[in-house]
Design a protein around this ligand. Structure first.
Ligand SMILES: [Zn+2]
Length: 328
C-alpha cells in the first residue's frame, strides 16, 4: 500500500469517526461519502432512496427522532441533493465501477454508529483530536473503518488491472439489522456474482486478514408483540388473557434453541416491556424490542423458523416476522 493511500485511509476513518450517526440517521455520513465518491469519479453513484426498496426498511425511527439528525447534518454542511435523496431516513449510497468484461463483485460496508458515550480520557481519539462530536453516540463497532476500507478498495481497484464490475454498498442501519434487506431487494444487487462483506476487530491481530463465512456475523433481530385482554387481577382474572404470561413462555422457550459457542445459533432476548399496573392482567406485552437472534450464516434461518413457530404456529418465517399471537 502506498503511503498516500494509507494516509488517506487514516484521514477518512478519523473524519467519519468524528461524526457518528445512528441507524437511518446517517445523513451527514452519506454526504461525506458522496463527496469522496464524486471526487473519485466512480462510474455510477446512487444515493439514499435510489439504492434500496424503501418499504423493506426495518427499525426506522419516527420523524421526530430523524429530524434533529437531518437538521444537524444540514448545519454541518451536508449536500442538499444528498439530504433530499435521504429524506425520511433513506440513508446510504452505492458506487459502481464498470471495468468491462468480467465478474460482477459486490462489497458491502456498513456506515452507522451506536448510542454509546465515547471515552474522553486516556483515549486515542481524544488525544489525537478525532473523538466523536456527537455526545452519546460513537463509532464503537468500527463502521468508520469499514467506510474508509470501502473507499480504499474503490481506489485500489481503479488503479488495478481488474476487469469486471465492482459495486460497493455503503449500507445504513446495520446495528438495527434494518438496512440489509432493503438494499438486498434494491436494483444494485441484481447480477452480483460474489458478495463480500468486511468487519474489523473480532480479536484478530492488527494486520491479519481472515476470510470466512463462520462466526457470529450473520445476525438478525426479531421484534415481537403479544396481545391479550385486560382484566382486574383480583376481581375477575379469568376474564383476562395475559400477554405477559404468553411472552414469558415464548422467551423461555426461545432459550431452548441451541446457543452454545460451538453450535450454529445464538439467541438472546435483550429487552422486554409489558404491563401497566401490578393488579391488572396485562393486555399488551409490547415493544419486546430486542428479541434478538444472533446466528451463524444458515443458523439464522433455523432460528427464525423456530422463533416464529414459538410465537405463532401460523406465522411463516420471514426476514420480518410480525409476531402477534393471542395472549391466551
Ligand atoms: Zn459492526
Amino acid at each position: 500500500m502506498s503511503q498516500d493511500l494509507r494516509g488517506r485511509l487514516v484521514e477518512r476513518r478519523r473524519r467519519f469517526h468524528r461524526y457518528p450517526e445512528p441507524a437511518w440517521r446517517e445523513f451527514y455520513t452519506t454526504s461525506l461519502l458522496v463527496e469522496e465518491l464524486e471526487q473519485m469519479q466512480v462510474d455510477e453513484l446512487a444515493v439514499g432512496h435510489e439504492t434500496m426498496r424503501s418499504e423493506s426498511r426495518m427499525a426506522v425511527p419516527s420523524d421526530a427522532e430523524l429530524r434533529p439528525w437531518f437538521e444537524r447534518a444540514r448545519e454541518r454542511g451536508a449536500s442538499e441533493d444528498v439530504l433530499a435523496a435521504c429524506e425520511g431516513g433513506q440513508t446510504g449510497c452505492v458506487a459502481v465501477l464498470d471495468r468491462g468484461e468480467g465478474p460482477s463483485i459486490g462489497l458491502r460496508v456498513d456506515i452507522d454508529g451506536l448510542f454509546i458515550e465515547e471515552a474522553s480520557e486516556d483515549h486515542r481519539p481524544t488525544r489525537e483530536k478525532f473523538r466523536s462530536e456527537h455526545e452519546g453516540v460513537m463509532h464503537a463497532c468500527g463502521h468508520d473503518a469499514h467506510m474508509a476500507i470501502g473507499l480504499g478498495v474503490i481506489e485500489a481497484v481503479m488503479d488495478s488491472e481488474f476487469s469486471g464490475t465492482l459495486t460497493v454498498f455503503f449500507q445504513p442501519a446495520e446495528e438495527e439489522a434494518g438496512g440489509g434487506r432493503p438494499m438486498a431487494e434494491g436494483r444494485y444487487i441484481k447480477g452480483i456474482e460474489y458478495l463480500l462483506c468486511v468487519h474489523v476487530g473480532l480479536d484478530h491481530p492488527t494486520g491479519e486478514v481472515v476470510a470466512g463465512i463462520e462466526k457470529p456475523l450473520a445476525m438478525s433481530h426479531l421484534k415481537a408483540e403479544f396481545r391479550g385482554a385486560s382484566a382486574h387481577a383480583g376481581k375477575a382474572p379469568e376474564e383476562g388473557e395475559n400477554a405477559i404470561q404468553t411472552m414469558a413462555t415464548a422467551v423461555n422457550d426461545a432459550y431452548a434453541i441451541p446457543r452454545h459457542s460451538e453450535g450454529m445459533t445464538r439467541v438472546n432476548v435483550g429487552r422486554v416491556e409489558a404491563g401497566t399496573a401490578t393488579n391488572v392482567i396485562a393486555e399488551e406485552a409490547r415493544r419486546c424490542r430486542s428479541l434478538t437472534v444472533i446466528a451463524y450464516s444458515q443458523g439464522a434461518v433455523v432460528a427464525y423458523e423456530a422463533l416464529s413457530q414459538l410465537a405463532h404456529p401460523s406465522v411463516p418465517a420471514t426476514q420480518t416476522p410480525l409476531l402477534s399471537p393471542s395472549g391466551r
